[in-house]
Ligand binder design. Structure first.
Ligand SMILES: NC(=O)c1ccc[n+]([C@@H]2O[C@H](COP(=O)([O-])OP(=O)(O)OC[C@H]3O[C@@H](n4cnc5c(N)ncnc54)[C@H](O)[C@@H]3O)[C@@H](O)[C@H]2O)c1
Ligand SMILES: O=C(O)C(=O)C[C@]1(C(=O)O)C=C[C@@H](O)C=C1
Length: 313
């Protein structure tokens, strides 16, 4: 447990997978005196209150950010601009404003113009998640040993960046800083395209004539099952990701389609050597990821939480 909480009051706008996980982890690690959140429907507010993780659950975003030292938007990327506008006049001078969006260029473009000069805007993206959403889906261990990427605009107060870095480190994450454009290019290939492929393949299997729905379900114990998990991810979140990271995704999709054509040709021509060479190369990549502990099974969720802050410092 930290000696003194890093923040007096944290406001989490949205209490879904990411907002709920931040609240649980920040609470466990003692990173704030008070944590408040917003939930839009009466039903969600009642559920979040029942969970008993936060100090207050408010209906409006403007009410929630009052007196908060750290405000984190944990909502779909496409909603960030309108919410920045909603909260702008209610922010405490000196407050750090951040987000967790999977796309950074669009978030910076949509939020920055609305925020007052007295606020410190430090966009962030924890590269950790699941296919689940909603107030019950979060868990405190989500960010342990996962990356959190910060994309502060040029000229951002270094103290604000450092405070947010320390906050994410306190949640268990490894923190890296990059530009929004670079973030969006990297994530287009490592996260956005894999989701598009999963959404495609599951839809394709579903529409196949000659293969019944029950056969798709029955024989989905192998590779296809992994795709169905990813394809179960939140439709609003992913609609917004593809609408807002259009250029980078289309660029990566172009390269992907060229590579797919090469493999298609190798299959058509019976070119076993080309297939073997390709699969050998990709196997080595997977083994490299496992070796450096970046596969999904690697994080040690059993590690005592009290050690998190120490390890991440
Ligand atoms: N799910 C993941 O794996 C993952 C991982 C990292 C980052 N992210 C990013 O985190 C953000 C939130 O994703 P999530 O998975 O927590 O989604 P979620 O659906 O679990 O939660 C989103 C919450 O935002 C609320 N919300 C939507 N619009 C709002 C508005 N205008 N004002 C207030 N609240 C609003 C919803 O009611 C919901 O409670 C997204 O930007 C996403 O790109 C998601
Ligand atoms: O494991 C999953 O379910 C995820 O899709 C998590 C994942 C990812 O692609 O790695 C999804 C989107 C986020 O922006 C960050 C993490």
């Amino acid at each position: 447990m930290n000696a003194a909480p890093a923040f007096k009051k944290i406001a989490l706008i949205g209490f879904g997978l990411i907002g709920g996980s931040i609240a649980r982890a920040a609470r466990q690690q003692g990173l704030a005196d008070a944590i408040v959140t917003t939930a839009r429907s009466a039903k969600s507010r009642a559920r979040v209150k029942e969970l008993g993780i936060v100090d207050d659950v408010l209906e409006t975003n403007a009410e929630a950010v009052k007196d908060a030292d750290l405000v984190i938007l944990c909502i779909p990327v496409g909603a960030c601009g309108a919410v920045a506008q909603e909260i702008a006049d209610h922010l405490k001078p000196g407050a750090i404003v951040s987000d967790v969006g999977s796309v950074k260029g669009a978030v910076v473009r949509d939020m920055a113009p609305h925020l007052p000069a007295s606020a410190h805007f430090v966009p962030a993206h924890p590269v950790a998640g699941t296919e689940n959403s909603g107030p019950d889906s979060g868990f405190a261990e989500l960010f342990i040993d996962r990356w959190c990427i910060l994309t502060p605009p040029d000229g951002t107060d270094p103290d604000a960046v450092e405070r947010l870095r320390a906050f994410w480190a306190g949640l268990g994450a490894r923190v890296e800083i990059m530009t929004p454009d670079h973030h969006d290019l990297v994530l287009a290939i490592t996260s956005h395209l894999p989701h598009l492929i999963a959404y495609t393949i599951v839809g394709t299997a579903d529409e196949l004539e000659g293969v019944t729905q029950s056969e798709v379900l029955k024989f989905s114990a192998g590779g296809f099952r992994d795709f169905t998990r990813i394809a179960a991810s939140d439709p609003i979140m992913w609609r917004d990701v593809f609408l807002t990271n259009k250029e980078a995704v289309l660029e990566m999709l172009g390269t992907f389609n060229e590579d797919l054509s090469k493999l298609t040709r190798a299959i058509r021509r019976g070119d076993g050597e080309a297939l073997f060479e390709h699969f050998t190369r990709t196997r080595a990549i997977r083994r490299g990821i496992v070796e450096i502990g970046q596969d999904s099974a690697a994080p040690d969720f059993g590690r005592p939480h009290a050690q998190l802050g120490k390890k991440a410092e």
